[in-house]
Design a protein around this ligand. Sequence first.
Ligand code: CA
Length: 223
Amino acid sequence: MRVLVVEDEAKLAGLLRHRLRREGMGVDVASNGEEALVRATATDYDLILLDLMLPGIDGFGVCRRLREQSIWSPTLMLTALGDVDDRVRGLDSGADDYLVKPFSFDELLARVRALLRRGAPPRPAVLTVGDLRLDPASHQAWRGGTRLSLTSREFALLEMFMRRPGQVLNRFELLEHVWDGTYENRSNVIEVYVGYLRDKLGREAIETVRGAGYRLHIDDDPR
Ligand code: CA
Protein backbone atom coordinates (compact mmCIF):
# COMPACT_ATOMS: atom_id res chain seq x y z
CA MET A 1 0.00 0.00 0.00
CA ARG A 2 1.37 3.37 -0.99
CA VAL A 3 0.20 6.47 0.84
CA LEU A 4 0.77 10.14 0.12
CA VAL A 5 0.79 12.39 3.17
CA VAL A 6 0.16 16.05 2.32
CA GLU A 7 0.96 18.12 5.39
CA ASP A 8 2.90 21.36 5.76
CA GLU A 9 3.65 20.95 9.45
CA ALA A 10 6.92 19.04 9.33
CA LYS A 11 6.53 17.53 12.78
CA LEU A 12 3.08 16.12 12.13
CA ALA A 13 4.12 14.95 8.65
CA GLY A 14 7.05 13.07 10.20
CA LEU A 15 4.83 11.51 12.83
CA LEU A 16 2.29 10.38 10.23
CA ARG A 17 5.03 8.89 8.06
CA HIS A 18 6.44 7.03 11.05
CA ARG A 19 3.08 5.61 12.19
CA LEU A 20 1.99 4.56 8.70
CA ARG A 21 5.34 2.93 7.94
CA ARG A 22 5.01 0.97 11.16
CA GLU A 23 1.75 -0.38 9.71
CA GLY A 24 3.75 -1.60 6.72
CA MET A 25 2.76 1.11 4.27
CA GLY A 26 4.99 2.95 1.83
CA VAL A 27 4.76 6.66 2.58
CA ASP A 28 5.64 9.76 0.58
CA VAL A 29 5.28 13.25 1.99
CA ALA A 30 4.35 16.47 0.16
CA SER A 31 4.54 19.72 2.09
CA ASN A 32 2.35 21.87 -0.15
CA GLY A 33 -0.49 21.62 -2.64
CA GLU A 34 1.61 21.99 -5.78
CA GLU A 35 3.93 19.17 -4.72
CA ALA A 36 0.92 17.03 -3.84
CA LEU A 37 -0.51 17.46 -7.34
CA VAL A 38 2.79 16.58 -8.98
CA ARG A 39 3.24 13.45 -6.87
CA ALA A 40 -0.37 12.25 -7.06
CA THR A 41 -0.47 12.56 -10.84
CA ALA A 42 2.83 10.67 -11.20
CA THR A 43 2.05 7.84 -8.75
CA ASP A 44 -1.10 5.80 -8.31
CA TYR A 45 -1.55 6.13 -4.54
CA ASP A 46 -3.78 3.74 -2.62
CA LEU A 47 -4.59 6.56 -0.23
CA ILE A 48 -4.00 10.28 0.18
CA LEU A 49 -4.00 11.95 3.59
CA LEU A 50 -4.67 15.56 2.75
CA ASP A 51 -4.33 18.49 5.13
CA LEU A 52 -6.85 21.22 4.38
CA MET A 53 -4.83 24.31 5.30
CA LEU A 54 -1.79 24.33 3.06
CA PRO A 55 0.34 27.13 1.66
CA GLY A 56 -0.60 27.85 -1.98
CA ILE A 57 -3.30 25.52 -3.27
CA ASP A 58 -5.30 24.34 -0.25
CA GLY A 59 -6.69 20.86 0.37
CA PHE A 60 -10.02 21.64 -1.32
CA GLY A 61 -8.16 22.79 -4.44
CA VAL A 62 -5.86 19.77 -4.48
CA CYS A 63 -8.76 17.35 -4.17
CA ARG A 64 -10.83 19.10 -6.81
CA ARG A 65 -7.96 19.21 -9.30
CA LEU A 66 -7.13 15.54 -8.79
CA ARG A 67 -10.76 14.54 -9.37
CA GLU A 68 -10.86 16.76 -12.46
CA GLN A 69 -7.92 14.78 -13.78
CA SER A 70 -9.80 11.56 -13.01
CA ILE A 71 -7.44 10.61 -10.18
CA TRP A 72 -9.63 8.76 -7.71
CA SER A 73 -7.16 7.73 -4.99
CA PRO A 74 -9.24 7.51 -1.80
CA THR A 75 -8.67 10.74 0.10
CA LEU A 76 -8.95 11.40 3.80
CA MET A 77 -9.02 15.10 4.53
CA LEU A 78 -7.40 16.35 7.73
CA THR A 79 -8.86 19.57 8.94
CA ALA A 80 -8.59 21.85 11.92
CA LEU A 81 -11.82 23.41 10.76
CA GLY A 82 -14.61 21.46 12.35
CA ASP A 83 -17.65 23.32 11.18
CA VAL A 84 -20.22 21.71 9.01
CA ASP A 85 -19.64 23.97 5.99
CA ASP A 86 -16.01 22.93 5.71
CA ARG A 87 -16.80 19.27 6.10
CA VAL A 88 -19.46 19.48 3.44
CA ARG A 89 -17.12 21.45 1.18
CA GLY A 90 -14.41 18.85 1.71
CA LEU A 91 -16.68 15.99 0.74
CA ASP A 92 -18.06 18.00 -2.19
CA SER A 93 -14.56 18.66 -3.47
CA GLY A 94 -14.19 14.90 -3.82
CA ALA A 95 -12.73 13.77 -0.49
CA ASP A 96 -13.94 10.36 0.71
CA ASP A 97 -13.72 11.01 4.44
CA TYR A 98 -12.43 13.64 6.82
CA LEU A 99 -10.92 13.78 10.27
CA VAL A 100 -10.84 16.84 12.51
CA LYS A 101 -7.54 17.85 14.13
CA PRO A 102 -6.39 17.11 16.74
CA PHE A 103 -7.12 13.43 16.11
CA SER A 104 -6.02 10.24 17.80
CA PHE A 105 -3.70 8.05 15.75
CA ASP A 106 -5.85 5.04 16.54
CA GLU A 107 -8.84 6.69 14.91
CA LEU A 108 -6.73 7.85 11.99
CA LEU A 109 -5.42 4.34 11.40
CA ALA A 110 -8.93 2.86 11.66
CA ARG A 111 -10.20 5.27 9.01
CA VAL A 112 -7.16 4.64 6.82
CA ARG A 113 -7.79 0.89 6.99
CA ALA A 114 -11.47 1.37 6.18
CA LEU A 115 -10.65 3.48 3.12
CA LEU A 116 -8.00 1.03 1.94
CA ARG A 117 -10.48 -1.83 2.25
CA ARG A 118 -13.00 0.12 0.22
CA GLY A 119 -10.49 1.03 -2.49
CA ALA A 120 -11.13 3.64 -5.16
CA PRO A 121 -14.88 3.78 -5.73
CA PRO A 122 -16.10 3.46 -9.30
CA ARG A 123 -17.05 6.89 -10.59
CA PRO A 124 -19.64 7.55 -13.25
CA ALA A 125 -17.92 7.96 -16.58
CA VAL A 126 -20.72 10.11 -17.95
CA LEU A 127 -21.58 13.40 -16.23
CA THR A 128 -25.28 14.10 -15.85
CA VAL A 129 -26.99 17.34 -14.82
CA GLY A 130 -30.76 17.36 -15.36
CA ASP A 131 -31.31 16.36 -18.98
CA LEU A 132 -27.73 17.22 -19.94
CA ARG A 133 -25.25 14.38 -20.36
CA LEU A 134 -21.57 14.60 -21.20
CA ASP A 135 -19.10 11.81 -21.82
CA PRO A 136 -15.53 13.09 -21.32
CA ALA A 137 -14.04 9.95 -22.85
CA SER A 138 -15.86 10.07 -26.18
CA HIS A 139 -16.18 13.89 -26.22
CA GLN A 140 -19.91 13.73 -26.79
CA ALA A 141 -22.72 15.63 -25.09
CA TRP A 142 -26.50 15.44 -25.28
CA ARG A 143 -29.42 17.53 -24.15
CA GLY A 144 -32.34 15.14 -23.74
CA GLY A 145 -32.07 12.80 -26.71
CA THR A 146 -30.35 15.35 -28.93
CA ARG A 147 -26.63 15.16 -29.54
CA LEU A 148 -24.97 18.56 -29.15
CA SER A 149 -22.47 19.67 -31.75
CA LEU A 150 -19.72 21.42 -29.77
CA THR A 151 -16.24 22.65 -30.59
CA SER A 152 -13.49 21.43 -28.28
CA ARG A 153 -13.48 24.72 -26.33
CA GLU A 154 -17.24 24.70 -25.94
CA PHE A 155 -17.01 21.10 -24.78
CA ALA A 156 -14.32 21.95 -22.22
CA LEU A 157 -16.37 24.88 -20.93
CA LEU A 158 -19.52 22.78 -20.60
CA GLU A 159 -17.58 20.02 -18.85
CA MET A 160 -16.24 22.56 -16.36
CA PHE A 161 -19.80 23.76 -15.61
CA MET A 162 -21.12 20.21 -15.32
CA ARG A 163 -18.43 19.20 -12.86
CA ARG A 164 -19.68 22.00 -10.59
CA PRO A 165 -23.44 22.07 -11.02
CA GLY A 166 -25.13 24.95 -9.23
CA GLN A 167 -21.82 26.59 -8.42
CA VAL A 168 -20.84 30.07 -9.63
CA LEU A 169 -17.60 29.96 -11.63
CA ASN A 170 -15.68 33.18 -11.93
CA ARG A 171 -13.70 34.41 -14.93
CA PHE A 172 -10.40 33.50 -13.37
CA GLU A 173 -11.39 29.86 -12.81
CA LEU A 174 -12.79 29.53 -16.31
CA LEU A 175 -9.73 31.10 -17.91
CA GLU A 176 -7.42 28.94 -15.85
CA HIS A 177 -9.18 25.64 -16.50
CA VAL A 178 -10.56 26.01 -20.00
CA TRP A 179 -7.97 28.29 -21.57
CA ASP A 180 -4.96 27.31 -19.44
CA GLY A 181 -4.44 30.98 -18.63
CA THR A 182 -3.44 31.73 -22.22
CA TYR A 183 -5.77 34.73 -22.35
CA GLU A 184 -5.52 37.99 -20.50
CA ASN A 185 -8.13 38.35 -17.79
CA ARG A 186 -9.51 41.42 -19.56
CA SER A 187 -10.28 39.60 -22.80
CA ASN A 188 -13.92 38.87 -23.54
CA VAL A 189 -13.26 35.29 -24.65
CA ILE A 190 -15.42 33.90 -21.84
CA GLU A 191 -18.42 36.07 -22.71
CA VAL A 192 -18.09 34.99 -26.33
CA TYR A 193 -17.94 31.27 -25.53
CA VAL A 194 -20.71 31.43 -22.93
CA GLY A 195 -22.77 33.00 -25.74
CA TYR A 196 -21.96 30.10 -28.06
CA LEU A 197 -22.99 27.59 -25.38
CA ARG A 198 -26.25 29.46 -24.74
CA ASP A 199 -27.02 29.30 -28.46
CA LYS A 200 -26.67 25.52 -28.32
CA LEU A 201 -28.17 24.74 -24.89
CA GLY A 202 -30.81 27.44 -24.59
CA ARG A 203 -30.40 30.97 -23.26
CA GLU A 204 -31.49 30.06 -19.72
CA ALA A 205 -28.97 27.22 -19.34
CA ILE A 206 -26.14 29.48 -18.22
CA GLU A 207 -27.01 32.16 -15.76
CA THR A 208 -24.95 35.35 -15.36
CA VAL A 209 -24.35 36.15 -11.70
CA ARG A 210 -23.54 39.83 -11.71
CA GLY A 211 -20.07 40.60 -10.41
CA ALA A 212 -19.37 36.94 -9.66
CA GLY A 213 -19.41 34.86 -12.83
CA TYR A 214 -21.58 32.20 -14.42
CA ARG A 215 -23.61 29.27 -13.21
CA LEU A 216 -25.06 26.29 -15.03
CA HIS A 217 -28.79 26.40 -14.50
CA ILE A 218 -30.51 23.17 -15.54
CA ASP A 219 -33.66 21.96 -13.83
CA ASP A 220 -33.07 18.62 -12.17
CA ASP A 221 -36.36 17.35 -13.45
CA PRO A 222 -37.38 19.14 -16.63
CA ARG A 223 -40.72 17.27 -16.78
CA1 CA B 1 -1.60 22.83 7.59
